[in-house]
Design a protein around this ligand. Structure first.
Ligand code: ZN
Length: 120
């Protein structure tokens, strides 16, 4: 039995997964795919996202502060897979560099991008 909130069930699956995982620490206000206008560090793999690259951006609040998290769109895919396997109840998964950690865990010897492309 989880939450039991009606709005919770109305969220798309993806948002619901995120919601479950981050509820106690941060609140995700918005999430969308963007083209970054300046370099950012990817939350998932800690590598840089270059100006002009597509990225997934989340705007979050935590203890009254508002900030943005950026992730490579392919890192976002890996994270989504990771969370659907381990479940979003496991908040410890959502740490900086978690995508790299996950690939190490499953013994994939390559970058997140290579991982996403491996089935093509
Ligand atoms: Zn990344």
């Amino acid at each position: 039995m989880r939450h039991g909130i009606d709005t919770y069930r109305l969220l798309p699956e993806r948002a619901r997964l995120r919601y479950e995982g981050v509820k106690s620490m941060v609140c995700v206000i918005s999430e969308k795919d963007v083209i970054v206008r300046k370099p950012h560090q990817c939350f998932g793999c800690l590598q840089s996202i270059q100006k002009g690259d597509p990225a997934n951006r989340q705007v979050c609040t935590d203890s009254g502060e508002i900030y943005s998290l950026y992730m490579h769109t392919y890192c976002d895919s890996v994270m989504y897979e990771m969370l659907s396997i381990y479940g979003m109840d496991n908040e410890e998964l959502l740490i900086e560099g978690c995508v790299t950690e996950y690939l190490r865990e499953i013994e994939f010897d390559g970058s997140p991008l290579e991982y996403v492309l491996r089935e093509c």
